[in-house]
Design a protein around this ligand. Structure first.
Ligand code: FPP
Length: 232
């Protein structure tokens, strides 16, 4: 045992950063471009943040890719955002080069109300399988995801199996291995919490920035990481 009582062979958990990638539409409007161009730039910004996070030895990066509420957007915009999900889940070689694995959270495909189209399901399944050998950064994309839906489902499942306490809820989340969030990032000047990781953000730091998501870069990531406490 050392002076911190941490056995030398047990490393502290690496940081978990979660991002609400707001402001793609506003980024595009400012440039006189269609909203879809903002999302395209947002996907590229995400790929860049994956590289930056991997280089900084971040353990977990979880992003809000598409919410259970986003389905009401205009059809062409939804179609475009879905195609960008196929693109990010297709970046397998790049993820592997960064020793990053891809995971997904959201309403399980076979459950009532779930809306993930089959071609996105396939892209998710392939990306998860093809990057499972990486042991560095874990990139989790929340798609067809809502924090309240996740909690309601976890409570329902826990209730069928004994006392409903915090451990039982945690065990029944979409990905029970997802650690607590250390820093939540929200871009584009939106200083609110939304329906994202409502259980996992307990106690986390929050980094709000006026920059829209397509302009979120490695320097911004460093500012967010600087807020984090020593990993628990
Ligand atoms: C917010 O911009 C972003 C989204 C609705 C999610 C989609 C995110 C991306 C396409 C970025 C890339 C990520 C993945 C996983 C492919 P907004 O439309 O709400 O912008 P606004 O608030 O300025 O209107």
């Amino acid at each position: 045992m050392n002076s911190t009582n941490i056995p030398p062979d047990i490393e502290p958990r690496r940081l978990h950063v979660a991002c609400v990638m707001d402001g793609n539409g506003r980024w595009a409007r400012k440039r006189g471009l269609p909203r879809t161009e903002g999302h395209t730039a947002g996907e590229e910004a995400l790929a860049e943040i994956v590289r930056a996070a991997a280089a900084r030895n971040v353990g977990w990066l979880t992003v809000f890719g598409f919410s259970t509420e986003n389905w009401v957007r205009p059809r062409p915009e939804v179609r475009h955002i879905l195609s960008l999900h196929r693109k990010i889940f297709g970046r397998v070689d790049e993820m592997r080069r960064n020793n990053a694995s891809i995971r997904w959270i959201g309403r399980p495909f076979s459950e009532k109300g779930a809306r993930t189209p089959v071609y996105v399901q396939r892209a998710i399944q392939k990306a998860v399988a093809d990057t499972a050998g990486s042991n560095g950064l874990v990139v989790t994309v929340a798609f067809d995801y809502g924090g309240r839906a996740e909690l309601a489902r976890a409570a329902g499942r826990a209730a069928g199996a004994g006392p409903v306490d915090a451990h039982a809820i945690s065990r029944n989340l979409y990905d029970p291995d997802l650690p607590p969030v250390d820093v939540l990032v929200r871009t584009s000047g939106e200083t609110r919490i939304s329906n994202f990781l409502l259980w996992q953000i307990n106690g986390c730091r929050v980094y709000f920035t006026d920059r829209p998501w397509p302009d979120f870069d490695a320097t911004e990531l460093d500012r967010a990481l600087a807020l984090a406490d020593t990993p628990r």
